[in-house]
Design a protein around this ligand. Structure first.
Ligand code: NDP
Ligand code: ENO
Length: 445
């Protein structure tokens, strides 16, 4: 623990630099400056005047470019697109202040650390960070990964810890290799599921919450819609970067698509016993040791529908096959991943995804009903087929490492949902707040 007097002295004498004033860079700059740190920052040089104007009332100082930020800063955070981290570090590295510390915020750490090792002068220390939440989530209590990669100076790591404590997040200490393995297991595959749902609805030209109680109605469906739209309201490069730059994520996303395909094949071939056997084996592997309370329950999700439909007496919702949820549990089983091992280092979206699959597999009779629906109910077949095609298509795009195809596919779906995003985000934010309050209480009980 660093003495408060030392931290106060650092606040008077040290400067924190942020390169890349997008969503995350701005969040960091505001929080650090608000807690009394001297913060300088920049975005692309072309955006200098605009950024000066928009930050008039902020406590941080905007500089023209990364060279000027690097020259004066004692801790520099690169908060830029993962795809271009190498190019940007290469550009500004020679200007890095002697004896300073450098880190990054990109979502996959191997390329970032490689760029630092390649370009930074040897006197510079390396401590990287990763906030495991989006810019619209309050950082307080959320996991923040800290990677102490190269520290010659014993003050370097305590200084970074003191700076980022302004976020009030929960610090998780990892190597960059551990970080990339865990985020592949958690984030990349979660995104693959919700991105595939979005594509499937887009291909069917369907806003799922507009068709009454007949399909996609109720708590589970609210989660699927709200999270999928939340992802499509964000920037494509965040998801492309963390999946494409992380080789471990390729394996995960491929397995997810494979599991969805194989389960779907069992549905259409009417192989109920084989399906049951496979899903119960997955259930034992993933949930076999879970005896405590569930992370979530359906009733708390009921209220977060985008649908304006008021259910009438006698109107019933058809049971869904929940292929997207069955496939994730099957992939965890196939890859021998215990998702609970990663909970201390997980994003809100992953915890929600785990929460709904846990609910599906652990609520008495629900898995049985779902298997029955998958085999006997044909109403969802066409949608499930679109889902399988979408999952395979994302896995091809990621494995071919095509940022261009990723962007085009993402943006097509984003444009389709665009008119709905403001309303969806409002309801989605409320839903996420409630779920997080609820699951955090359960985790600490
Ligand atoms: N959004 C999220 O939920 C999270 C994102 N991350 C990671 O954090 C990083 C930043 O993400 P986010 O803030 O969302 O993305 P943004 O696109 O909002 O921010 C990146 C910013 O960096 C700017 N930039 C590009 N080149 C330079 C340069 N040479 N000098 C200075 N600035 C430059 C970009 O400008 P321009 O747009 O013109 O290219 C953009 O404004 C990414 O690597 C992302 O993966 C981590 C946790 C959560
Ligand atoms: O919670 C999620 O998975 C998000 O979508 C937000 C997000 C995106 C990228 C990150 O590196 C961390 C968090």
């Amino acid at each position: 623990m660093t003495e408060p007097s030392v931290i106060e002295e650092w606040k008077r004498t040290k400067t924190i630099g942020i390169i890349g004033m997008g969503d995350m860079g701005q969040l960091y700059a505001e929080k650090f400056a608000h807690h009394g740190w001297k913060v300088v920052c920049c975005d692309r040089e072309e955006r200098f005047e605009e950024l000066l104007e928009t930050s008039k009332h902020q406590k941080y100082t905007v500089l023209r470019n990364g060279h000027l930020v690097s020259r004066v800063s004692d801790y520099i955070i690169y908060s830029v697109e993962a795809e271009i981290i190498d190019k940007i570090v290469k550009e500004y590295s020679p200007s890095t202040k002697i004896g300073s510390i450098v880190g990054g915020q990109t979502s996959c750490k191997s390329p970032e650390i490689k760029a630092f090792e390649k370009y930074l002068p040897p006197d510079v220390d390396i401590v990287s960070v990763h906030s495991l939440h989006g810019p619209r989530v309050d950082p307080e209590g959320q996991p923040l990964v800290l990677i102490k990669h190269r520290c010659h100076d014993k003050e370097s790591f305590p200084l970074v810890e003191a700076v980022v404590s302004s976020l009030k997040s929960k610090h998780v200490y990892l190597t960059y290799e551990e970080h990339d393995r865990i985020t592949a297991d958690t984030q990349a595959v979660t995104h693959a599921a919700f991105l595939s749902m979005g594509v499937a609805w887009y291909k069917k030209q369907l806003y799922p919450w507009t068709i009454g109680v007949n399909r996609w109605y109720g708590g589970f469906e609210n989660v699927k819609v709200n999270i999928s739209l939340r992802i499509f309201s964000n920037k494509w490069h965040v998801y492309a970067g963390l999946a494409i730059t992380n080789p471990a994520a390729h394996e995960q996303i491929m397995q997810y698509a494979k599991s969805a395909t194989e389960l779907y094949a069992l549905f259409v071939q009417n192989k109920k016993e084989e399906l049951k056997e496979r899903l119960y084996a997955a259930k034992t592997f993933v949930f076999g040791k879970q005896t405590g309370l569930l992370l979530l329950d359906d009733s708390i999700l009921e209220g977060y529908s985008l649908s304006k439909h008021v259910p009438q007496e006698g109107e019933e919702t058809l049971p869904n096959s929940h292929l997207s949820l069955l496939a994730i549990v099957d992939s965890w089983h196939q890859l021998r991943i215990n998702p609970y091992d990663h909970i201390i280092c997980s994003t809100p979206l992953f915890r929600i995804f785990l929460g709904v699959t846990e609910y599906l597999f652990m609520t008495p009779d629900l898995l049985e009903t779902t298997i029955g629906a998958a085999i006997n109910e044909t109403a969802f077949r066409a949608d499930d087929l679109e889902f399988v095609i979408a999952a395979r298509s994302w896995s091809s795009i990621v494995s071919f490492e095509s940022y261009d195809l990723y962007r085009r596919q993402f943006k097509e779906v984003q444009d389709f949902f665009k008119p709905m995003l403001p309303e969806a985000n409002k309801i989605g934010n409320e839903m996420i707040k409630t779920i997080l309050r609820h699951s955090d209480r359960k985790n600490s009980s």
